[in-house]
Design a protein around this ligand. Structure first.
Ligand SMILES: NC(=O)c1ccc[n+]([C@@H]2O[C@H](COP(=O)([O-])OP(=O)(O)OC[C@H]3O[C@@H](n4cnc5c(N)ncnc54)[C@H](OP(=O)(O)O)[C@@H]3O)[C@@H](O)[C@H]2O)c1
Length: 236
């Protein structure tokens, strides 16, 4: 983002984890950032140039009010998500699977729709998928499937929305509050195990992943792509 042309960045899911790291990194470049989530009003650690507005991405009406309040802006980042579901096909539950897709794919698309009329024609949209799209594993069915769906959606959306650019970031395991449902000891063991299986020997920090979103906002000749941020995990 050029410091001579201040940009406005909206991060849906920007109050925690990856989205919060994107918001903080974008604010450091001089961008004016709006973070949106259900608890946005209570976010205390954002810089003065950032605004927090409540929105529930599962509600089209909430999205409409949110974007009406935001007004014109340049870049949309979507990182809203909830706890990961690891389940074998033998334990497949259609309702749980649908909910998993809802926030990661269907409401991401509805958020884009709601944003279109106020998004700059020279701006960008960056969605979130996951490295599970590239490397399967027992219990990773839903993560793999939804990540592949987001990656594919990006290619059609880039064609349809050009010159607005549409890309996605595909992280491997990132140390964020998404994992807070696990007992600390189990979580740290999992981070060590997964991190040890990467070429770089550790899981990602939110700041590692935020750099990819910043790059895709700034790189104005890239569209329809997926930026894999996995420490080389898919090569091991
Ligand atoms: N962390 C990882 O290891 C990892 C790896 C690969 C992919 N991903 C994907 O990356 C995305 C972000 O993950 P994260 O680790 O940053 O998660 P996180 O720390 O739990 O943050 C999720 C964000 O989404 C917001 N959110 C949840 N439901 C919402 C709703 N209905 N409306 C608006 N905002 C909502 C949350 O805020 P409120 O609760 O206040 O609404 C929060 O700001 C997820 O889709 C996840 O699957 C994560």
């Amino acid at each position: 983002m050029s410091p001579t042309s201040p940009t406005r960045v909206v991060v849906l899911g920007g109050t925690s984890g990856i989205g919060l790291a994107v918001a903080l990194a974008a604010a450091r470049t001089g961008a004016h950032v709006v973070v949106g989530s259900r608890s946005a009003k209570s976010v205390g650690h954002l810089p003065a140039t950032a605004t927090a507005l409540p929105v529930d991405v599962t509600s089209s009406e909430s999205l409409r009010s949110f974007f009406a309040e935001v007004g014109r802006f340049d870049h949309l980042v979507y990182t809203a998500g909830d706890a990961l579901v690891r389940a074998a096909i033998a334990d497949y539950d259609p309702e749980r699977a649908r909910r998993f897709f809802d926030i990661r794919l269907f409401h991401a698309l509805d958020s884009m729709r709601a944003a279109l009329s106020t998004l700059s024609p020279t701006g960008s949209i960056t969605l979130t998928s996951g490295a599970a799209a590239y490397r399967g594993g027992a219990g990773r069915l839903l993560g793999s499937a939804v990540s592949g769906a987001v990656n594919s959606a990006v290619r059609s959306l880039a064609v349809e929305l050009a010159p607005v650019r549409v890309n996605a970031v595909a992280p491997t395991v990132v140390r964020t509050p998404l994992w807070s449902g696990m007992a600390e000891e189990d979580r740290e063991r999992m981070f060590a195990l997964v991190g040890g299986g990467t070429l770089l020997g550790r899981v990602a920090e939110p700041e590692d992943v935020a750099k990819a979103y910043l790059h895709l906002m700034d790189q104005d000749y890239t569209t329809g792509t997926v930026s894999l941020v996995d420490g080389g995990a898919v090569l091991t």
